[in-house]
Design a protein around this ligand. Structure first.
Ligand SMILES: [Zn+2]
Length: 147
């Protein structure tokens, strides 16, 4: 039986030798964990390890201005309507709606702007202009550019 006891002692010694530093590390980690837990309770929020995600941006949509432009407001206080007759869309630029302002710009650029197409003309006072299409339109545009 003494041989058995000796063997047990040897094994216990070897195990203690191997596990000695490990147990020290484990107790050290436990102590650190206790410190982290105490800090977390003091700060009121659990401490995350690692870089983690930055805090979520606060929703700015409530304070941000609405996208797009507001419709132009006429002298009467209500939203201004396009200057072209039978259009009725809200005016956006120079008294014209988006579509008719583009037409206005195109006519101005090609020197074909009729005299009644004035900026900030009265609502519904401007007569629409039917432009020739296709080959006739190309011919008219070339003649307008020659001038
Ligand atoms: Zn219009």
């Amino acid at each position: 039986m003494s041989l058995d006891k000796m063997l047990r002692d040897v094994v216990r010694e070897e195990v203690a030798k191997v596990l000695g530093p490990l147990t020290a590390i484990v107790t050290d980690l436990q102590a650190q964990g206790a410190v982290v837990a105490r800090l977390a309770s003091a700060l009121g929020t659990p401490i995350k390890r690692g870089p983690g995600r930055p805090p979520k941006a606060v929703a700015l949509t409530a304070t941000k201005a609405k996208r797009g432009r507001k419709a132009a407001v006429g002298a009467s206080g209500g939203a201004r309507v396009c200057a072209l007759e039978d259009c009725g869309r809200p005016a956006r630029s120079k008294g014209y709606c988006a579509a008719h302002y583009q037409k206005y710009r195109m006519l101005e650029r090609t020197d074909r702007l009729p005299s009644d197409w004035k900026p900030y003309a009265a609502e519904g006072s401007v007569k629409n202009l039917a432009l020739p299409r296709g080959r006739a339109g190309a011919k008219a545009l070339a003649e307008a550019r020659k001038k």
